[in-house]
Design a protein around this ligand. Structure first.
Ligand SMILES: [Ca+2]
Ligand SMILES: [Ca+2]
Length: 224
């Protein structure tokens, strides 16, 4: 499926969306200009190419249930001044084995709900990889969260801790260990390598074995 406009380009889910490509070629949600999926659907050959924010988002309403995104690639959303490529307001959502990349804003917004985000890559989005607001208690584990421009995981709550253990934040093992141990308080990463997280994110223990892991230090406090 391709989104054609940053003015529209919205998939609104009030019932259920099951996009499950387990064991098959991935399902791709991308820009109309992205000829790498489904060919030259905009009929201009290579005259145009996809950019972050070419379309808007998938929206899971709070009343929607039974939602599954498995082996789905979501690329180039988050356009038109919107907040993320995926707006999620329901706890009944599984995101597994997906890639969420190249958003014009954030990758995934989690608003006062508790979805499961596992074994996925959330990278190279223009604001945050994952943006948690309200009192959210998602399951976020086994993911590669790297190369997002501002924070890998941003939790706006000053009270609710988002547990995000066993994720790879895109840093080499030795330096990750060195500098994350150097942080104080245990729930934030002010001097760490890799993609930053805010306070109230429990990133420890983290994973350095994910093959997606590469060194990317885009944050404050890089000391080497
Ligand atoms: Ca084209
Ligand atoms: Ca912990």
């Amino acid at each position: 499926m391709k989104g054609r406009s940053s003015s529209y380009g919205i998939l609104f889910v009030s019932g259920s969306l099951v996009a499950d490509a387990a064991g098959q070629a991935p399902i791709v949600l991308t820009s109309l200009k992205d000829d790498t999926a489904g060919g030259d659907t905009n009929g201009d050959g290579s005259a145009s190419s996809a950019s972050p924010g070419d379309w808007r988002y998938v929206y899971f309403a709070s009343t929607s249930t039974g939602n599954r995104l498995v082996n789905v690639q979501i690329r180039y959303g988050g356009g038109g001044g919107t907040t993320a490529s995926i707006y999620n307001y329901t706890s009944d959502l599984l995101v597994d084995g997906c890639t969420i990349t190249n958003s014009g804003s954030s990758g995934l917004l989690i608003s006062a709900c508790s979805p499961r985000v596992t074994n996925s890559t959330v990278s190279d989005n223009n604001t945050y990889g994952i943006y948690a607001t309200g009192t959210s208690a998602p399951t976020i584990t086994g993911n590669a969260i790297r190369g997002n421009a501002s924070y890998g995981l941003y939790n706006s709550s000053t009270t609710a801790v988002v547990v995000a253990e066993h994720n790879n934040w895109g840093a080499l093992a030795a330096r990750t260990t060195l500098w994350m141990i150097g942080a104080t308080g245990g729930l934030y990463n002010p001097y760490g390598a890799g993609n930053r997280v805010t306070n109230k994110v429990d990133y420890d223990p983290w994973d350095v074995t994910n093959p997606n892991g590469i060194e990317l230090c885009n944050g404050i406090g890089r000391r080497w």
